[in-house]
Design a protein around this ligand. Structure first.
Ligand code: DGY
Length: 334
């Protein structure tokens, strides 16, 4: 009778689709967290002892200290396109592979960017709260007048896959003039395909009726929009952040909204989320959603499956599907 080798041990850090856990269990000895307990950094380190892989969701911080304390860890597979929860340099130096979940969420997230833009510019949630509170007694000519989306100028900061998908919606679906700013300019064919024109950041802020942020978070993009940038925007403009908390200085934004220096904002991400700056909760001209831009069942399943596929590809087949680093060849503990 042959004795089969023990399966590699992995950790799934948050509650996940049962069918994805079943898939992982075909290949691994899986410790899951279906109770969705909120683990401290120390508890995460504890749970990772003896694990060669982790499926994380973007909320789990993979730090240099964690890597040092988990010498058997070889891969961190994020179920998110963003990976600012990873200390990628430390992972690379420690010989740990990182992967993310790009592409599968692009169109869904672009849809949501547009939904948030429309809700914000047309004051959808603000007017619904008014109605639910019983304040609506009769129609009036200027009640909840917002600003148009069609034919307006859309300024996109961050022109990766999601930015481009939003640009296409704006240019082709709504007849908008689309301008963008990005670290590097797109080639002419891509610009033409998404109907977007490159401008510098100041021109974008001064010209756009709607400014939409889809730039990845890094120390360089921290507070891409602060008090100085808000002051450059039109008083009629809206600001939409579906990128990451920390891209916008939320305290400065709350002041600008309260003083009507810009018309409105729509925020899906926040500095220090799930906490929300208290001043944002008390201004009416902001639409607030709890980091749900990629949240359709189909897309969240695809993101989870891609993270699971990354674990199987790497740990079982020795390949990488959507790598975000090239780890140094460092011997990890077995
Ligand atoms: C992502 O994929 O980065 C989204 O923000 C979901 O976390």
């Amino acid at each position: 009778m042959s004795i089969s080798a023990a399966k590699p041990r992995i950790l799934v850090a948050r509650a996940l689709f049962p069918e994805v856990l079943d898939f992982l269990s075909q290949h691994f000895d899986v410790e899951s967290n279906q109770a969705d307990a909120a683990w401290s950094a120390e508890q995460l380190i504890d749970k990772l002892q003896g694990k060669v892989g982790v499926l994380s969701t973007g909320g789990e911080r993979i730090s240099a200290a964690l890597l040092a304390a988990c010498p058997q860890l070889r891969i961190c597979a994020n179920m998110a396109v963003g990976f600012n929860n990873f200390d990628l340099d430390a992972m690379t130096a420690a010989g740990v592979q990182g992967t993310n979940a790009p592409d599968v969420l692009t169109e869904t997230t672009a849809d949501f960017g547009f939904a948030l833009l429309m809700a914000t510019a047309r004051r959808v949630t603000e007017s619904e709260h008014y109605l639910r509170a019983g304040h609506w007694t009769r129609w009036s000519y200027d009640m909840f007048c917002g600003s148009d989306i069609h034919s307006a100028t859309l300024g996109i900061i961050g022109m990766g896959r999601i930015g481009q998908a939003i640009a296409r919606r704006g240019a082709l679906g709504f007849g908008m003039q689309v301008i963008y700013h990005n670290r590097s300019r797109l080639d002419a064919a891509t610009e033409a395909a998404c109907g977007a024109r490159y401008v510098d950041k100041t021109t974008l802020l001064q010209t756009a009726d709607h400014v939409l942020l889809v730039v990845p978070y890094s120390t360089a993009s921290h507070h891409t929009i602060g008090a100085a940038e808000l002051a450059q925007m039109k008083p009629t403009a809206t600001l939409i952040n579906i990128a990451r908390g920390g891209i916008v200085d939320d305290a400065a934004l709350a002041v600008a909204l309260r003083e009507r220096r810009i018309a409105a904002a729509g925020l899906d991400v926040f500095e220090g989320e799930p906490k929300v700056h208290p001043d944002l909760l008390t201004v009416s001209n902001v639409v607030l959603t709890p980091h749900i831009a990629s949240a359709t069942l189909r897309t969240r399943r695809a993101m989870a499956q891609l993270a699971a596929d990354n674990l199987v590809d790497f740990l079982v087949h020795g390949k990488v599907r959507t790598p975000i680093n090239t780890p140094q060849p460092v011997a990890r503990s077995t």
